[in-house]
Design a protein around this ligand. Structure first.
Ligand code: XIL
Length: 663
């Protein structure tokens, strides 16, 4: 179960990997493996196993008391269940509090490394990499630092960084640091006004990185912040800050996105935003992930939360420079929520295990999104059922297996009673067409489903006899011609094939030039209506005819572009959660609609800091929210909610929504 600490950055920049560290890490891992008593692997693979497959780390913020009783040796902690999950599920750790200035050096030159040493020792013993958190921050830093002159503050910063980073510089488990934390102010595109900035000026940031680099030239050095997950004024300011640090040759390697998020409010441009930082040559990481729910959390919200976790993991996996994900704690019971953060004490239940250490839906969502199995083999699939069998092809479909399915294996034996099955293909969907058959032959088919836990039992066997060959395949049908195309449907008709036709297969590719065609239906007549289209999209259609002798050639291809859906103001309702200098706007759009576009007027000097479930365009006070890919088409009775958070001058005007009524 132990794997080496994952060190190589997906996209190395100036971070020098530590050859010695890797060697030592492996040695520790090997020693652990040799001395371990052999026990049966648990039914469910751990998150860290899935993470290794995904080439990402999965980590947690460690509570030094629960894990180690704050001791340097960390031989036991105050919660054995917590400690066991920490050891087995994760391959990365960030100390939640005990590497902060107030713990490490609560009074000048009095160092308290014991709790931090304990977490590092535990991590090393369990094959985990440590991310040090945090060197320079406006919070949890003692008063004696805050009152110093610029020169003295700079010297104090250097001394502190040198002592802390230097202590672990030769420790192979400690690979990275949050050097500067939360340097950007909320909403207004400025640097945060802190004692650091106000005393030392902006250069405090470059100084901190240079001091850290001097103390451990091999460590990966990060800047870390919150509410920078989407593209907004704050993340834009961080972006220009990072660009300027790189221009000054400041040794910065990575950007940490804290990601203290709320269900249903995952910024839709999270991935694109991480990518723009990655494009600067930096690594990125999700450093403090939690997704909170208004209390009490119900079953449906826990499922939404699971889906939101999937979205975040997928975003990290889609960015090759994203090194991994740290969740801000293990269980809801010891999370910093609800009391130490946001949501007025009413939002929590944000992690992967509940307060009784039971896995929540979010746990398996993260495991699956990282590529892990559910631990259960899939259920038995249904027997394969043949479609229109010809002398050259046998199309098969079957009832899907229960559980998680990576793919289906399709096996065939030749002869009515043969039991010599050979795998002839795999399919991620419960269908497959065998194009390797001969005429007038009996074949036997069976399928089974597979996932990372293993294979399902085989389905029942189905015998199929192909018809005599030698017949004529149908002639080429005419190109499909569109009728009246709407945002939701494309009616097609075509000139019939010559010869005998059993049916026509209608195939579609998405995009004006795509050649990836998928069969979307069959028709025994020369017409078909595609009701699975989206607005403002170009599709390519082709058809072919089939009979017992085989398939005709494909028709010519016809491109069809669906018109935009409803783009008017239309019916919607809105409400605000507001406070003196900010608000959150929630807008509900009601179906039936196919595509929507809601104009609104922003209050003067309001700044949108975050938005979800819509693309917001426009500048100044004149803005428009447009549906995103998954919430444009709404049937009657369906609705979708989008929203945004904005800051405003104290007591400033709220936005007005054209065509919407207040809730
Ligand atoms: C939090 C801890 O989780 C709490 O226990 C503590 O009381 C306050 O700090 N951003 C950070 C973390 O960078 O250090 C914070 O951790 C959460 C927000």
């Amino acid at each position: 179960m132990l794997e080496p600490v994952q060190k190589a950055p997906a996209k190395p920049f100036r971070w020098r990997p530590r050859p010695r560290a890797i060697a030592l890490g492996l040695a520790a891992v090997m020693a652990g493996a040799l001395s371990a008593v052999v026990i049966a692997a648990p039914a469910q693979a751990a998150l860290r196993d899935a993470a290794v497959t995904a080439n990402r780390f999965i980590g947690y913020a460690a509570n030094a008391s629960l894990l180690c009783n704050n001791s340097a040796t960390c031989t036991s902690g105050s919660n054995a269940t917590y400690r066991n999950l920490a050891a087995t599920e994760f391959n990365q750790v960030t100390p939640e509090n005990v590497m902060k200035w107030e713990t490490i050096e609560g009074s000048d030159d009095n160092y308290n490394f014991a709790p931090a040493d304990g977490i590092v020792a535990f991590a090393a013993a369990n094959g985990q990499q440590v991310h040090g958190h945090t060197l320079v921050w406006h919070s949890q830093t003692p008063g004696y630092v805050q009152g110093l002159s610029a020169t003295a503050m700079r010297a104090e910063m250097q001394e502190h960084i040198n002592a802390l980073v230097g202590r672990y510089a030769n420790n192979p488990a400690v690979v990275s640091w949050d050097v500067v934390n939360e340097a950007i102010a909320d909403g207004n595109g400025q640097l945060r006004s802190s004692f650091w900035l106000n005393t030392m000026g902006e250069s405090y940031i470059a100084d901190a990185f240079r001091f850290a680099d001097a103390a451990d030239p091999n460590a990966q050095l990060c800047i870390n912040d919150y509410s920078i997950e989407g593209m907004n004024a704050k993340s834009n300011r961080l972006f220009t800050l990072v660009q300027s640090l790189l221009q000054q040759n400041v040794p910065i390697d990575c950007v940490g996105f804290q990601s203290h998020l709320v269900i249903n409010q995952i910024p839709s441009d999270f991935q694109a935003n991480m990518q723009r930082f990655a494009n600067l040559g930096l690594n990125v990481r999700i450093t403090e992930l939690d997704i909170r729910i208004p209390l009490p959390a119900d079953t449906q919200e826990l499922q939404v939360q699971a889906n939101n976790y999937t979205t975040v993991v997928n975003a990290c996996r889609a960015v090759s420079a994203c090194q991994g994900i740290t969740t801000w704690g293990i269980d809801d019971g010891s999370s910093w929520l609800p009391n130490s953060c946001c949501g007025g004490g009413n939002e929590a239940a944000a992690l992967l295990w509940n307060a009784s250490f039971q896995q929540k839906p979010a746990y398996s969502a993260v495991n699956t999104a990282l590529g892990g199995g559910t631990g259960q083999v899939p259920g038995t699939p249904g027997a394969p059922t043949p479609g229109t069998v010809t002398a050259t092809s046998v199309p098969l479909t079957w009832t899907a297996s229960s559980g998680t399915v990576t793919n289906y294996q399709i096996e065939r034996a030749t002869g009515a009673t043969s039991t010599t099955f050979t795998q002839i293909g795999t399919s991620t969907t419960p269908s497959f067409t065998d194009n390797t058959v001969a005429a007038s032959t009996t074949y036997r088919y069976r399928v089974r489903a597979t996932n990372s836990a293993g294979n399902s039992p085989y389905s029942a066997i189905t015998n199929v006899t192909t018809p005599q060959g030698g017949g004529q395949v149908p002639g080429t049908p005419g190109a499909p011609t569109p009728g009246t195309v709407t945002a939701t449907s494309v009616p097609l008709s075509w000139t019939a094939s010559s010869g005998t036709v059993t049916n026509y297969q209608i195939e579609r590719a998405t995009g004006a030039t795509s050649t990836t065609f998928t069969q979307i239906g069959t028709s025994t007549t020369t017409s078909f209506t595609d009701n699975t289209v989206a607005a403002s999209t170009t599709y390519r259609y082709r058809v072919r005819a089939t009979n017992s002798a085989g398939n005709s050639p494909y028709s010519a291809i016809t491109n069809v572009t669906t018109p935009p859906g409803d783009t008017g103001g239309g019916t919607c309702t809105f409400r605000f959660d507001q406070w003196d200098v900010g608000y959150v706007a929630y807008v509900t759009v009601n179906g039936p609609r196919s595509g929507w576009s809601i104009p609104f007027t922003l209050g003067a000097n309001n700044t949108i800091v975050n938005s979800w479930n819509a693309t917001i365009s426009g500048t100044g006070t004149s803005r428009t929210a447009t549906n995103v890919s998954y919430n444009g088409n709404l049937a009657a009775g369906q609705s979708t909610q989008w929203g945004f958070q904005a800051s405003r001058p104290a007591g400033g005007a709220l936005p007005t929504f054209t065509g919407c009524t207040a809730q």
